[in-house]
Design a protein around this ligand. Sequence first.
Ligand SMILES: [Zn+2]
Length: 84
Amino acid sequence: MIKLDISMALFFYLFFSVVFILIAWSFFDLGTKLKTFSSDERYIWHCSICAHTYVDSKGEEISTCPRCGSYNQKKKAESASVKV
Ligand SMILES: [Zn+2]
């Protein structure tokens, strides 16, 4: 039997746990979240009154600007804003 004191056993347990978590994280999740965030341009709104760029994840036709409170339409050609 291999003689191992408690501190060395704890070190090996923590070391291999961290290595396994890092490998699993980089294999499954690291690249996918960055790609999904950059490809969701329909959730990015640009206010035509105060020129504030913000994220509204509802994806509706009209969104409210969190800074100035004006309504913004989704179509860029008819980006008319109505001040409340
Ligand atoms: Zn605004």
